[in-house]
Write a protein that binds this ligand. Sequence first.
Ligand SMILES: C[S@@+](CC[C@H](N)C(=O)[O-])C[C@H]1O[C@@H](n2cnc3c(N)ncnc32)[C@H](O)[C@@H]1O
Length: 807
Amino acid sequence: MAIQKKHGKGRLDKWYKLAKEKGYRARAAFKLIQLNKKYGFLEKSRVLLDLCAAPGSWCQVAAECMPAGSLIVAVDLAPIKPIPRAITFQGDITTDKCRATIRQHVKHLRADTVLHDGAPNVGVAWVQDAFSQAELVLQSLKLATEFLKEGGTFVTKVFRSKDYNPLLWVFKQLFSSVEATKPPSSRNVSAEIFVVCRGFKAPKRLDPKFLDPKHVFAELTDPTPNHEAKVFNPEKKKRKREGYEEGDYTQYKEISVTEFINTTDPIAILGTYNRLSFQQSPSGDLALATLARLEETTDEIRLCCEDLKVLGKKEFRILLRWRLKVREKFGLSVKRNQPKPEEAEEVTEIAPLDEELAIQEELERLRDSANAKKKKERRKENERKHREIVRMQMNMITPMEIGMEQNGPVGAEALFELKTVDRANASDKIMAGKSANLESDSEGDSTMSEGETDEGEDQLERELDSMYELYQEQMDNRDSTLRAKKARKDYETEEWEGFSSPGGSQASDDDDSESEASFHATPRAQGGQLSNKAALFFDQDIFHDLGGIHDFDDEDSAIEVEGHGNFSEGTPSTKKLSSSDGIKTGPKASKAVKAQETAELSSKYDEDPEEPLDPRRKEGRLDINIITAEAMALAQQIATGEKTSQDVVDDGFNKYAFRDVDGLPDWFLDDEGKHSRLNRPITKAAAAAIKEKWRAINARPIKKVLEAKGRKKYKAAQRLEKLRKKSALLVDDEGMSERDKAQEIAKLMSKASKKKPKQNVKLVVAKGGNRGIAGRPRGVKGKYKIVDARLKKDVRAQKRLAKAKKR
Ligand SMILES: C[S@@+](CC[C@H](N)C(=O)[O-])C[C@H]1O[C@@H](n2cnc3c(N)ncnc32)[C@H](O)[C@@H]1O
């Protein structure tokens, strides 16, 4: 910390200059301004007493801030030049005469505020000072108790000495709020502190002992100080908050080296002072001059003398040895058998030597209390979470509300556990299953030959179709989920058309090739590349002449989808049916059989069903969502190796397969898709998992609630950011003490965490001048709502009727 000079040019700091500029009689004016800014007592005061007021800068500030017509009475040992709006007189605040004079001036009135900035030995009449600072404070408090009104404020200056705590104790007995603060304009080197006591309790009877210095400052016997311990065992020292020595309120102390040589207690000097000075006094010191010229006074010694606070054991020993040598040279007595410093065992408690320490401690205390608060909040939060989990277990809330949804329902991991697969060495089998070829003989002439239908039948068909379309349109409009489904269906249909386009260019897109890989007729590796084995195989000459193999593959893959669907043709309607089977897939192929992708399925578990209209994800993979227990059971069987993709393909050959759907009306296909389908066995775990999944999905808050929650979070983040910026500004403010900064930040935090009171909405009845108005009604402030006059009347009428019925 930079040391501010209290004397000489150092005292002409920015506050001094500012005071000059503003016309205040002393820089002390800013102390009151800053105290008042923090506590705002002057604006509320009508009668004020300023004890120890010379030269009168506090009076000037009070006269500026207090309301017009207020009474200011100021007293000091030294004369005070007249101040507009203030009554001043010369007197000693410790005397009865002064008390009587104040009474004369204030008459029957009681003071709202009593200020005391007294310091002995400061004024011109310092000789008359018989009291120490603390005693002077007690005297001013005595006057305050006599003249203050109930709830009044007493502001006093105290010094951090051993009397500080007893004084604070007395204040706390008499006032409801006592706060010690150091305004930024108060020099750091000064041990002064200002105590603002608010809410005077105005006791009817006051025990005189409260204001009797003998009782308040009654000393406790102290053990003899052990300076050696201070110097040589600094790490063992315990702080005792005694504060500054009486009359010595600076933290930086230096002493001449000659004193160090002459003293009988050198260790006391090393423990107390900051510097041993080689500076000559104006009168000249011969011993010092000799000392400086001695060869023993090496550069190292000089360096050690510069700052005693940074020295270690070794340097202290060097200094002590040097002192002994010098004393020998000067013919002073030398105690050879001085106790070895290391042997010092007794540890005494050391008072804090500087104010910096006091501030540090205060900050530590604040930090500790903030930490304790945080810990308490954390504990509360944990308790809340625990309660929520219990509630969730009781099915009162959903996992999503406490952010557990992404973990999936309990047992999901077990469901897709691959360990059992590994144990059974079935993974290879699964991998092999992936590339199983499917020979389709379903391809062929499947187009339905148009039979001979008569005119009436055709018309009926058309009518039925249009009626069904109309019905579907109505359903779609009614339900947003259905709308989403339709959009999805359209998308799939579109894609499908692309797939069967001639040349198969779309089918060989990178995106698609990946999805094809699982069931492809040709064993293509992911990304459209052939595996080495497959490449070698297809390099054979017999394949070279085969054109359109891709088209064929594509069609096969389409069939594969139907493997667990009900129809074998690659028409839009069959796509629909395949999704009704439980695994929602993209257009090309089902990926449910890929063991590696089953893991992905489980992670997809809780995705929003409303959100993805596009079945593909950004990276081009299919977006598969297991939505039925059957699909879940199948996925589980594949994941655990119970079934391979080949088995799935085999299962696909059943009585529902290979149905000709060409020319069948949509409504019929829809109906068939719903009812005429294979019932696959489901496991208990799969059923439970799907149930849990739907429970979580159903329990999700509606969009509006989610949006509101999001808004709330966003606002909280904004508030936090604002707070962070404000705190950063405060931290950078050089004009504020660390303690004030910490307090300000704590204030900001508590302000930010407070909930704003809900604004009441004022109901304005739309009648008279307010009838049919567009904007804010006249004379209405804040939130308002215009209500219909009739409503009120109706309510009244109802009440009247109810009353009449009772009679
Ligand atoms: C720091 S100055 C006060 C400055 C003043 N607050 C201002 O703003 O100008 C301290 C004053 O206390 C006064 N003082 C000290 N002992 C006093 C006593 N027993 N009675 C009255 N005044 C006293 C000194 O005369 C000195 O003027």
